[in-house]
Design a binder for this molecule. Structure first.
Ligand code: NAD
Length: 300
């Protein structure tokens, strides 16, 4: 598979390893604190990935689990604690939260400079401005995989299927920032195939297996499959496997370059979470004793 996410994730880690060690040497090893409320089987794989990723990147990682019955005030207090703790450089809140907790609103209570998932309105605003800072990890991962394909992005016809706040919209903005002619499709798009067939670069982020089939793509297109779907394994009742949103085999047979699921966007998303954590640690102001200008500087 030529768009192997594990390879891209490994390259990203290598490009940051010297910086992580330099930060650690100056007493500022990046430290990520993740919060979850209760346990959620649906997010277990992502949490496992976070822990493994942090270990591989030599980033300190701590999961703080609040009881399933935690109130909004409890979650806000826990986040405020981490926001104020200077030893914590990155914070994330694992969604979904148990009802009736307002997941998105609570994510916005994370200090923008520590928001390593890049979902705070201030960081999303940075994406609108084309700033290269904290940004949604999956959108960054999609861009890294497109770049790994070697396709020329400026002027390319790019089609993004799905317009969620954390994947479709930021990906579309990032493609626009790179001068791709960008189209966005969603559940009200009348003729999806009419759009996807024109794509040199196709990003599919919906959550529906087999939404994009071989007859819907241009031969040779670069296709990034973001979807994660559990489907039954034929002949094995009760067992499921993970697939994406596109017919991978069919698209490969059309000469497309396709990211696999699993092993495509997923590992790069985790790597981007670590990249954001390093960025947040880099930007954090050094402790006051390092920054306070000496009153006697140059006066001796
Ligand atoms: P979402 O549910 O918030 O949004 C789904 C989008 O798909 C919407 O914009 C909707 O309009 C569109 N849509 C629905 N049906 C459609 C159809 N028939 N045709 C065209 N568009 C349609 O989803 P999300 O959070 O963006 O996630 C999308 C998928 O990506 C999910 O499967 C999710 O699990 C996966 N995901 C993967 C990663 C990763 O790291 N690999 C990260 C985030 C999300």
């Amino acid at each position: 598979m030529d768009l192997d996410g594990r390879v891209v994730a490994e390259q990203l880690k290598a490009s940051f390893s010297a910086e992580v060690e330099a930060l650690a040497a100056s007493g500022r090893r990046p430290r990520l604190v993740a919060f979850q409320v209760g346990q959620n089987p649906a997010t277990e794989a992502y949490v496992r990935g976070q822990r493994r990723g942090a270990e591989a990147w030599r980033i300190d990682y701590e999961m703080r689990t609040l009881p399933a019955g935690a109130t909004e005030a409890d979650v806000r207090a826990a986040l405020a604690d981490a926001n104020e703790d200077p030893s914590v450089t990155g914070v994330l809140l694992q969604l979904p939260l148990p009802a009736p907790l307002p997941g998105r609103a609570l994510q916005h209570a994370i200090a923008p400079g520590k928001d390593v998932e890049g979902v705070h309105p201030e960081n999303l605003g940075g994406v609108v401005h084309g700033r290269d800072g904290l940004a949604p990890c999956t959108a960054l991962a999609v861009m890294a995989l497109i770049d790994a394909s070697g396709v020329t992005v400026p002027g390319a016809e790019a089609v993004v299927v799905g317009h969620s706040e954390i994947v479709g919209k930021p990906v579309a903005l990032m493609l626009l920032a790179r001068d791709a002619t960008t189209h966005v499709c969603h559940k009200f798009t009348r003729d999806l195939a009419a759009h996807t067939r024109g794509a040199d670069v196709l990003v599919v982020a919906v959550g529906r297996p087999n939404l994009v089939t071989a007859d819907m793509v241009k031969p040779g297109a670069v296709v990034v499959d973001v979807g994660i779907n559990a489907v039954p394994v034929p002949g094995e009742p009760g067992r499921t496997r993970i697939v994406g949103d596109v017919d991978t085999a069919g698209l490969l047979a059309r000469g497309c370059r396709v990211t696999p699921v699993p092993g495509g966007v997923g590992p790069v998303t985790v790597a981007m979470l670590m990249r954001n954590t390093v960025l947040a640690a880099r930007r954090r102001a050094p402790p006051p004793e390092e920054t306070a200008p000496s009153l006697f500087l140059g006066l001796e």
